[in-house]
Design a binder for this molecule. Structure first.
Ligand SMILES: NC(=O)c1ccc[n+]([C@@H]2O[C@H](COP(=O)([O-])OP(=O)(O)OC[C@H]3O[C@@H](n4cnc5c(N)ncnc54)[C@H](OP(=O)(O)O)[C@@H]3O)[C@@H](O)[C@H]2O)c1
Length: 262
C-alpha cells in the first residue's frame, strides 16, 4: 500500500484527533460528532473548564483535555508533548481556533486586528512547528485548517478577520502543494455563516445561516472525502466564487459604500 493510500480513512474509528478550538461553537459540535463516530479526541483551547465539561459529555473513552493558547508557542508545544505522551501521536490535527471582531477601516484598531490575525492565522504556524516534522517522519498524517468563505475575496467591514482567513487559505494551498505525495493529507474548511458566539456579533442579516450541528455534519463528510476544500453552504460558495471572478470595476462598484456596522 502506498503512503498516500494509508491516509485515506474510511471512518473515524480509533482515529486520534487533536482538535484545537474545541471548547465552543463548531469545534464543540465537531468533537461530539467525532466521538460518536469512534474517534479519540485531544481537546484544546484556552478554557479548561469548558473543555473538561465537553469531555465529560463525549461518547466513548480515551479522550483528553490539553489547554493551550495558540498565540504562545510554548503553550502549543507543552500541549503537543502532553497529548503525545498520553495517547500517542495524533492521526489528524484540526486547526479550528478563531477570533472575530467586525471592523471597518474607518474604525481601525491595530490591537484587535493583530489579535484576530494571531489567533486565526499565525497560530497555525505555531501548531505546524511540532506537527509537520512528526508527520513527515512518519510519512502519514492529516492536517485540517479552518478558513472561511470570507477569506476568498476582500469584503467590507472585515479588517483583520478577512486578511487572516485569506492568509490561512493561502497557507493550506502551500501545504497541499509541498506535501503532495508525502502521505500527509491537507484539507481546508471554509464555512459560510454558522450561528455561534462569533457570528452573534454581526448586526446584519446573515444569508444561509447554518447551525453548528449542520456545519459539523458537513465537515465530517468532507474529512472522509478526497476534496481539498470543504466549502459550505453550496449557495453561498457559488455566490462568493462568482464575486471573486467578477471584473474588478464591477465588484468594487457593487460592494463599496456599504455603511460600516461598527
Ligand atoms: N461561525 C461562523 O460563521 C464561521 C464562519 C467561517 C469560519 N468560521 C471559523 O470556524 C472556527 C470556529 O468558529 P466558531 O464560529 O465555532 O467560533 P467560537 O465558538 O468562538 O469558537 C472559537 C474557538 O477557538 C478557540 N480559541 C479562540 N482563541 C484561542 C486562542 N488564543 N487559543 C486557543 N484557542 C482559541 C475558542 O476557545 P477558548 O475561548 O476556550 O480559547 C473556541 O473553542 C473559527 O476558525 C472561525 O473563524 C466560523
Amino acid at each position: 500500500m502506498g503512503v498516500v493510500a494509508r491516509t485515506k480513512y474510511m471512518s473515524f474509528t480509533n482515529q486520534h484527533i487533536w482538535l484545537i478550538g474545541a471548547s465552543t461553537g463548531i469545534g464543540a459540535q465537531l468533537a461530539r460528532d467525532l466521538a460518536v463516530a469512534g474517534a479519540k479526541l485531544s481537546l484544546s483551547s484556552r478554557d479548561q473548564t469548558k473543555l473538561e465539561a465537553l469531555k465529560s459529555e463525549l461518547k466513548g473513552d480515551g479522550h483528553g483535555v490539553y489547554p493551550l493558547d495558540v498565540t504562545q508557542q510554548t503553550s502549543v508545544d507543552v500541549a503537543w508533548v502532553a497529548l503525545n505522551k498520553a495517547h500517542g501521536m495524533p492521526d489528524m490535527v484540526i486547526y479550528n481556533a478563531g477570533a472575530y471582531e467586525p471592523m471597518s477601516a474607518t474604525r481601525y484598531d491595530a490591537d484587535t486586528a493583530i489579535m484576530v490575525a494571531d489567533t486565526n492565522f499565525m497560530g497555525a504556524f505555531r501548531v505546524l512547528e511540532p506537527v509537520l516534522p512528526a508527520f513527515m517522519a512518519r510519512c502519514q498524517g492529516h492536517i485540517v485548517l479552518t478558513g472561511s468563505l470570507a477569506g476568498m475575496k476582500g469584503l467590507p467591514n472585515a479588517i483583520g478577520y478577512g486578511a487572516s482567513k485569506a492568509g490561512i487559505i493561502h497557507l493550506a494551498e502551500n501545504l497541499r502543494l509541498d506535501l503532495a505525495g508525502s502521505g500527509i493529507k491537507v484539507q481546508l474548511v471554509n464555512p459560510g455563516f454558522v450561528k455561534t458566539r462569533l457570528t452573534d456579533k454581526n448586526e446584519f442579516n446573515m444569508p444561509f445561516l447554518l447551525t453548528p450541528e449542520d456545519a459539523s455534519a458537513r465537515i465530517m463528510k468532507g474529512l472522509l472525502s478526497d476534496r481539498f476544500e470543504i466549502n459550505f453552504p453550496k449557495r453561498l460558495t457559488v455566490l462568493i466564487k462568482a464575486l471573486r471572478y467578477m471584473p474588478d470595476r464591477l465588484y468594487y462598484k457593487l460592494l463599496r459604500n456599504k455603511p460600516a456596522k461598527n
